[in-house]
Ligand binder design. Structure first.
Ligand SMILES: Nc1ncnc2c1ncn2[C@@H]1O[C@H](COP(=O)(O)OP(=O)(O)OP(=O)(O)O)[C@@H](O)[C@H]1O
Ligand SMILES: [Mg+2]
Length: 313
């Protein structure tokens, strides 16, 4: 449904998106996750024909964004980072205006307008001036303009930004509901958003894709690695040094005060490494109080992939 191949975008000599490829199937809800300046908005603008690519090809709903922008726009609803709202219009007149631009008229326009007002819970403010709406309602009207022509594909650039917690939950519910009969790509740097709404995550950093998987697979551990946590009663510097030396241990970090500390250990997926960890602690005469396997949180995955933090062994 969305097919991006070797996409690059330069602003002058600056490469904002570098050789990005991904495919989103019909009916998928995909999170496009990345820190500030990663290239999310740039990619979304290209997907929605608001900006040309420097290199590569993009097709959406079977049409090339460069060759057939009108066909793409008909099939795509786009919530930009800053929705193009006209403050001097009422909600209803604005949505009706957008509907007309998208080719709707008469009874169909009225029907779609009522449906979208209901779906985005904006019916109660339909006669209000957009200028007087709260930020949350403006965001909903932004979503409503993306939905008015009932597009197959939704491209949502940070759909819950600036909303209060209750509204965030409501918009996430709406996205989930929309996900039942739409293909959706939504950008965010808020991780719970991804777990709450998306079946798959594409993580982008500095213009490059650094990971692509289901939230579950991402959190269950990096490929070929697993993570354990142990609690040890012993001199932490020595424990740290001993653990770091074990073959198959990739990274160790410690946490806690006093002589009893927790150590998070990333290791190769080999049962022998866990045995070696246990043996090392016990053979040194320290107390092994606990050992458990622990998955990575999505936050940790995200930080690992997008920063250079962490103590490499
Ligand atoms: N019109 C432009 N001219 C020059 N540079 C730009 C332009 N638009 C974006 N950039 C740069 O491209 C990079 C990617 O920006 P982009 O807006 O795509 O990031 P983003 O992932 O959406 O970030 P955020 O999470 O902050 O919205 C940034 O370094 C940004 O400064
Ligand atoms: Mg952005």
């Amino acid at each position: 449904m969305i097919d991006v191949k070797n996409l690059s975008k330069n602003y002058g000599s600056f490469e904002a998106v570098k050789d990005v490829s991904f495919f989103i199937d019909k009916g998928e809800v995909v999170g496009f996750l990345g820190p500030n300046a990663a290239g999310k908005t740039t990619t979304m603008r290209i997907l929605t024909c608001y900006m040309p690519a420097t290199q590569g090809s993009v097709s959406v709903a079977g049409f090339d964004v460069f060759d057939n922008p009108m066909s793409v726009k008909k099939r795509v609803g786009y919530l930009p980072e800053h929705p193009p709202l006209y403050p001097e219009m009422t909600v209803e007149s604005y949505l009706s205006f957008v509907g007309k631009i998208k080719g709707l008229s008469g009874k169909i326009l009225k029907m779609k307008l009522d449906k979208v007002l209901e779906r985005t819970s904006t019916a109660e403010v339909r006669s209000n001036l957009i200028a007087n709406l709260s930020k949350g309602f403006k965001q909903r009207v932004g979503l409503a303009q993306a939905l008015i022509h009932d597009p197959e594909v939704l491209v949502l650039d940070e759909p819950t930004v600036g909303l209060d917690p209750k509204q965030i939950i409501e918009v996430r519910e709406l996205i989930k509901e929309l996900g039942e009969d739409h293909t959706i790509i939504l950008s965010t740097h808020i991780l719970p958003e991804v777990s709450a709404t998306c079946g798959r995550v594409i993580i982008i950093n500095k213009g490059k894709i650094v990971a692509e998987d289901t939230p579950e697979n991402l959190t269950s551990g990096l490929q070929g690695q697993e993570r354990i946590e142990i609690e040890v009663d012993g001199p932490s510097k020595k424990v740290l040094a001993a653990l770091s030396k074990i073959k198959g241990v990739l990274k160790v970090s410690e946490d806690g005060d006093g002589s009893i500390k927790r150590y998070k250990i990333e290791l190769e997926k080999e049962p022998d490494v866990r045995k070696a960890v246990a043996a090392s602690v016990v053979n040194n005469g320290w107390g092994l109080l606990e050992m458990k396997s622990s998955g990575l949180s999505l936050e940790e995955i995200f930080l690992q992939l997008t920063t250079d933090e962490g103590v490499e062994v």
